[in-house]
Each structure stands twice: as C-alpha cells, then as structure tokens.
Design a protein around this ligand. Sequence first.
Ligand code: MHO
Length: 213
Amino acid sequence: HDVDIPTKKATFGMGCFWANDSLFGATLGVIRTRVGYSGGTTKNPNYRSLGDHTEVIELDYDPKTVTYDHLLEMFWANHEYGLTTKLKRQYQSMILYHDEEQRLAAEASYKTTQERVNEPLRTEIAPAGIFYPAEDYHQKYRLQGHKDLCKSLGLDAEKLQTSHVAARLNGYLVGMGGKAQFDKEVQSLGLTEEQAAYVRRELERNEGGGLSC
Ligand code: MHO
C-alpha cells in the first residue's frame, strides 16, 4: 500500500517534531513524513548533539490534493513561534523552502501573520539544505508506542520513514484527522479488520485532545 505518485517536499521547524509528525501524517494530500535535523551547519547532528540544527519535519505531499498554502496555514496555526519567549535553537520556528514558488508563498504568509499579530516574528525562512533524518526511535514516535500494531504491519526502520500507512496511523492514533476522514479512507489503507478497529478505538479515545510532546 505504498503510494507511488509525483510529490513535492515541504520542510518545517515547528517545535517538537513528534507532534508535527502526527499532525501532518493525518493531513489529506500528505503522502509520507520523516523527522530530522536541518537548518544549521553542523555536520552529522544527532538528538544528543544538535549543534546549530533544529528539529524539523519533512513531508512528501501531493500538490494536486493539498496546496503548499494550506500547509503554510497549518504551519502558522500549530506551533509556538517565539513571539514572547525566545525558543531554543532546537525548537526554532522555520520554513525551509524547496523552490522559488515555495519561497514566495512562505514570505507572503509570514507577512500576513506579522500583520495579524502585529509583532516581529522570529520565524526563519531559508532554502532547504541538508536534511539529516533523526534516529529511528523518533520516526512515527506515537505509532511506535503501539508495538504489536507496528509488528503486525511489518514496519521496519526504513518503512517508518517511507510508508504512507505509517504516516497516517501515526496521526490517527492520537486523534488527528478525525473519524469521518478515517472511515472514508480506511479501505484504501489496506489494514486488516482487527488493525482498523484498533486504530479507530484509539482515534475515538484521543480525538479532540490536541497534540502533546
Ligand atoms: N519533552 C520531550 C521532547 C522530545 S522532542 C522530540 C522529551 O524531551 O522527551 O524534542
């Protein structure tokens, strides 16, 4: 059930990447997600030693289903961009653009947001550089909390970064996306009845709870 269609990349720093992985994983049009470190210059960062990098999420999205502008709206609506408190570099608010079109859209959305909050923003907008994937245990962090489900889905380290189903379930399990959307697409995810029932139960339990880290 891997989805093989043309995609574009988007990269955002929005605080703790566990939460964003779930948020975007359940967003229609987002095909794959992975979390990692970027935005700095230090070579080969890791979670213990980030250097000047930031926790970011990298998405593969289908531009026919979801626009970059919509992803930007989600960016601004779902994180703390440090208006009052200075955030650690680890949690820097940042948009790393992949082409000129994304740069223009990011700058326009920055301007709109700045006018709305009427304060200087600390969000950084920069060209996407090297993305260093985070350690395996950070990928689809919420989904990995459900060991038996992961096992039954055959999710190895690689698939945790490349599987569409893994991205989706990592969101649904914590209540993102909602029941209606889940019911609509559950067939296409290729789950067994048991897996689907399990995920739906968790979704129901957590829906409306928001994201925590
Ligand atoms: N409060 C969390 C943050 C994790 S995160 C991926 C922790 O330190 O466990 O930045």
